[in-house]
Structure formats: structure tokens, C-alpha cells
Design a protein around this ligand. Sequence first.
Ligand code: GLC
Length: 556
Amino acid sequence: MKLSHTADLWWKNAVVYCLDVETFFDANGDGCGDFRGLAQRVGYLDEMGVTCIWLMPFYPTPDRDDGYDITDFYGVDSRLGTGGEFVEFLQVARDRGIRVIADLVVNHTSSRHPWFQSARSSPESPHRDWYVWRDKPPADGPEGVVFPDQEKSLWEYDEQAGQYYLHRFYKHQPDLNVANPAVRDEIMRVLGYWLHLGLSGFRVDAVPFLLETDGALDAEDLPDPHAYLRDLRAYLSRRNGEAVLLGEVNLPYPDTMRFFGDEDGDELTMCFDFIGMQRLYLSLARQQAGPLAEALRERPEQPKDAHWATFVRNHDELTLDKLSEQERQEVFDAFGREPRMQLYGRGLRRRLPPMLDGDPDRIRLVYSLLFSLPGTPVLFYGEEIGMGEELSFEGRNAVRTPMQWSDDDNAGFSTGDPEKLVAPVVQGEYGPSKVNVASHLRDPHSLLSWMKLLIRRYRQCPELAWGRYEVLPHEAEQVLAHRADQDGGTVVALHNFAGEPVEVALRLDGVESGDRLVDLLGDGVTPVGDGRVSLRLDRYGCRWLRVVKPGEVFLP
Ligand code: GLC
């Protein structure tokens, strides 16, 4: 592998950090986070080891779906700052070598978007065909309402238009008609605009729904929707060769693979591994490595320059929709027994630490997995300090509370009136007096310090990001053992899902007598006899080990 490749394909070993500007840091004291505030915190993210910031939607919005309901694709929500302040933030990030990507939400607009206002006003409107209309809601339309607690149908009658329109999500989010070439062109312009301002790509919202044309009247006559995704990617790459599309595709593996495109990966650059994430929780619930190991073995290899994106939590519910009913129930029983913790019958509106009863060993185990499993790790703000959820907030808002910077008023997030904060701060056990950045920064044993170590090691081990992976067979069902090999280097990682210590016997092909295994997350050197080795793990313990040959110098 040439060194230059590793820099060109920067996303392969990136550390992505997702945040919502409005809940990150408020610089002007009005109670709402802003771009000036975020710019002041870029140094914190850089010191942690973050290499790419993913901005959740920051566009003008009536904010009825946390900004995923947009009224102007070319604007900045005035609560968050001006276009100038957005660009200043990009400049500060660039100075630190941090790339920035943003949510691209073009499956739908807000119903208040001027395009929809125009579309509904008259059948003659130039925007009428930018949305999907019907005189009668089709019986054979797309199945599956995404938010079943609030919506009963995918079609809503609009008085003004005298027709029904398609909405995959809330009824205030009418779906754009991507079968219409004018809509496709406009989406390209949206991409072009933000790329030109300095973004390095997009997290593409709801990709399968975006490409869906079942709602279109002449669906059979339409060109392959994947041709559109290919066009989008080609355009993106022409404008900026290093830009990426990170797609939200929550489908079984074989279906997700189609969104990477052909063997060279000409569609999405990265897809989130929703299946691996759900199986990880099943493994945690069962205290057995099996479900996760199975997912890793099943997961198809992505095209050469593409990558999976791994994650533990995000801004939505922890969806368990791809588990069987019985498996989902096991996870509910372990991590969210109470109905108020569950959402839509398929997920949990919780953050990780409270689900694991705040057990520090177990929490560390999970992040060690995140950084050592194959795929680009994506963190959701606050995970690095072990923030908890606030179940008294509605729906998914339970996990969208202000970042906890210190134990000051408003968690140091804002100097504004606590009554006027954009979202209330978490109270109780996970409140800012116990969980905050300032105290984590001071404590070498904090979760944040652990996260920094994991990030440093992950960036130092090209095998983890670039290598060939193998789940290793052994006798201990509570342990996941895997190895990554690249250019003669080998890293082995072990994770114990159970609450008791365990000893694991492994055979490491290609490792010879005289080689040593050097611990990367702690001290320790284990001699290997003839490719065989026995390794001890603490309760919920994890180890990363580098194979070091005789005479080879290892720098920790
Ligand atoms: C995606 C987002 C979610 C949003 C939905 C509609 O699934 O992750 O937060 O509500 O799209 O845009």
C-alpha cells in the first residue's frame, strides 16, 4: 500500500464525530448553540483525535423534526449563526486538519418549503411535479410508516392541492419526486454549493427512501434509481475528489451492498453497519460474542475504496428492527425493560452508559470494539464522556440534550436563561455535576482519556483501518477474538462480553516462536510459542495486541 493512498482515502481511518450545532456550545448566551460556539470547541475535538465532524442539519427549518425538515437547502438557520460564521467555523476546522461533512436531507422538504407551497397552490405550478401527488392514495403504495406513533399513512390529503401527497416520514415532510429530472438537477446544485464552501461530503439521510420511486405513477418506465446515485457520486467526485457520501441505509447486508455500487464502489463511499450494531447489542445482552461474530462473518466485503461505518449510538432511537422479535425482546429485557424507554416498538431511546448500569469496564469494552472492529468509527457527541439520556423528554429528544462541558449552570453549555435553553440539560445521576468534559479532562482514568487512547492506537494501527480481517475460532463463547493483517503487520483484539475473567487459547497462523505480543492498551508482553498463545481477560476486559518479530523495535 502506498502511503499516498492512505491520505487520499482519508475516510478509511477517520474518526467521525456527529454533533448538532444547536446543542453543542452557545457562544452568544441566547440559549441555543451556534457556529461561533462550535468554532471555539474545535480544539477540544482535535485534541481528542477527531478527524471529521458530521454536522446534523443546520439549515433554516420550522424544527418539527430536529432540523430534518428544511425550508431552504442553501441557508443557515439564523439561530445558529450566519453563512459567514459557518465559513469561519470551516476555516478553524481546516486549520486543525479536521474535515467537515453535513447531513444532506433531500428525500423530503418541510411542508413550509417554498417549493411545496408553490406545488400545492396549483396544478400548473412549476413545482407541482417536484412532489408525488395522487387523486387517491394507492392501495399498492410503499409499505411501512417510519413513525408509527404519529403517522398512520404515507399519504396525506392536501385541501389546497385537492390531491394526496406522499410522505415517508411525518406528514409535514412531503417527499420530493426524484424521478423528476428538475429535482435531480437541483439536488446536484445543493451538493455543489456546500462543496464549494468547503464541505468534504455528506451524510445522506434515508437513502433507500430517497431512491424509492414506487410512489411514482410510471415507476416501471423510470430509469434505475441507482443510476441517479451513481450520477450524484460522479458529480461529487468531479467537484471534489476527496468528498464522501456516507449513507444511512438500514437494510439487510445483501441489500445494503447495492448502495455501494459496482466493484469499484461508484455509489455511496460508506454505509453505516446497522446490522453489526444491532448484533453487538444482542451480544452484550447475552454476554456472548456469537451474534456479533456471526454478523462480522456474514458481512460482505465492501468495494475496494469504500468502507463500512461503525457506530454504537446516534441521534435516533437505538433501532433493533433487524433482529427477530425474540432477539429484540432479549435486548429490551437487558437494556430497556420499561415501556417509556422503548420507541416505535423497535428501539430504545437511551444512551449507552445507563443501559450498562454505568459499569465503566463494560462501557470501555464497547468503545474498544468500536475502534477495533472493521469500519470507520462514528461517535455521537457526549459519548466520549458517557452522557446519559433524559427520559422525561419526548421521543428521540431523550438523547439530544445539551453537551455537558462543566458542572456550571446549564452544564457550561450556555450562559443563557435555563428556561430558554434549546433543550433542557440532563438531570440526576448523569447530570453535569457527575458527567462533564472538564472533570474528564483532568482525570487520566476517565472515559475521555480511554477514548483518546483508543483513537491514538487506532490511528497508529493501519491494519485496523486497511487490513484483512478474520474472526478467530476458540473455545470461549463469551469472547470475540479477531485479527487484522496488512503489509506484514498483525494486530489481534480480544473482547470479553462476560462479567467474569476468562482465559482464551488461540492459534495465530503465521506467528512464530520468538515473536511477542505487545499490549497496546496497557502494559504487557506475551511470548508466543509456535503460534499458540493463552491470554487472560478481566471481566468485560479487552486487549489489543501487536505481533512484534524478534529484533523489531516497537515504539509504544
Ligand atoms: C433520518 C434521520 C432522522 C430523521 C429522518 C427524517 O432517519 O436520522 O433523525 O427524523 O431521517 O429526515
